[in-house]
Design a protein around this ligand. Structure first.
Ligand SMILES: C[S@@+](CC[C@H](N)C(=O)[O-])C[C@H]1O[C@@H](n2cnc3c(N)ncnc32)[C@H](O)[C@@H]1O
Length: 286
């Protein structure tokens, strides 16, 4: 794993490791995270295409286990830097790279770099044609942290670089609280994985706040069960609030899409995908 990128002290490291603070085995949680997130593939063509449109190095902020690395390289990214606050998820990223010949080759050629870092204060010596924050905003505390993350992403961009911020849209917001319910069951090798979750929502002036708790049972072949409780505080700004934060971070929003198929955003949209450029070049960075 690469060196720490912009490590902001013990407190910041703790806050940005979404799995490390849980009362469960972080590496097993990370494995289950992969099982769940690798099933998401409807956005991969979008990321391939955005990398094609913005050739050059790309930085994946809050990259998790590197789900987007392949599409970014396939799209023509000359290099991919993956930053995440969770060492366990970056560890899964290493597993992903090892398991995939084209990622392994890219890594061997120095075209993939992974580093522990906090998106609210990440720094890097390179400038990027493309910066991505996919599914990350919801994990930040709220507008102040989002502003920090947007401003620090802007500083990573080259003069013509673009930032893509990808989060849930208005149509995907939970309409009411959900009691503990069964989400999914999955056979994984000899194991069976059962996921239950519950959520409580709260409308606030700064957006929807969701307290989301999951209970994952990993039923081993010998019948023993590893029970993994985890809880997350999620935050979803409205598209208008996100655009206003981007402007405050000195980003000019070019487009806001309501899907990865580039549909215009409306109240029914499942996604909110913001594409923005630096409003002006940072002094001394050209
Ligand atoms: C839902 S996952 C999305 C992962 C990946 N972007 C994807 O689309 O598959 C959110 C990721 O953001 C990371 N994260 C949350 N807050 C962070 C922070 N402050 N700094 C760095 N990473 C953070 C989490 O560790 C997690 O990997």
């Amino acid at each position: 794993m690469g060196r720490a990128a912009g490590a902001g002290g013990r407190e910041a490291a703790r806050l940005s490791d979404i799995l490390g603070g849980q009362p469960s085995d972080a590496s097993l949680l990370a494995e289950i995270y992969d099982l769940e997130h690798d099933a998401i593939d409807e956005d991969l063509a979008f990321y391939r295409e955005i990398a094609r449109l913005h050739p050059g190095p790309a930085i994946d902020l809050g990259c998790g286990s590197g789900r987007l690395f392949g599409p970014l390289l396939d799209g023509g990214a000359t290099r991919v830097v993956g930053i995440d606050g969770s060492p366990s998820l970056l560890g899964r990223g290493e597993v992903r790279i090892e398991a995939d010949a084209r990622l392994r080759e890219a890594r061997a050629d120095g075209r993939i770099e992974l580093a522990v870092g906090d998106v609210r204060r990440v720094r890097h010596h390179d400038r990027f044609a493309l910066a991505i924050m996919a599914g990350v905003l919801a994990h930040l505390e709220g507008p102040e942290d989002a502003l920090r993350a947007l401003a620090s992403s802007r500083r990573l961009l080259s003069r013509d670089g673009v930032l893509v911020v990808d989060t849930l849209g208005p149509g995907a917001m939970p309409p009411h609280d959900l009691p503990l319910s069964l989400d999914w069951e999955h056979a994984d090798g000899g194991r069976r994985v059962v996921r239950r979750s519950q959520l409580e929502r709260r409308e606030t002036p700064e957006g929807l706040r969701v307290a989301y708790a999951t209970l994952t049972d990993v039923v081993r072949t010998d019948g023993t069960i590893a029970r993994l409780p985890a809880s997350f505080r999620l935050w979803y700004p409205s598209p208008a609030a996100l655009v206003a934060l981007a402007a405050e971070a000195e980003l000019t929003v070019e487009s806001v899409f309501g899907s990865h198929d580039l549909d215009p955003i409306d109240e029914e949209s499942e996604r909110c995908v913001v594409v923005a450029r630096p409003t002006r070049a940072d002094p001394g960075k050209e």
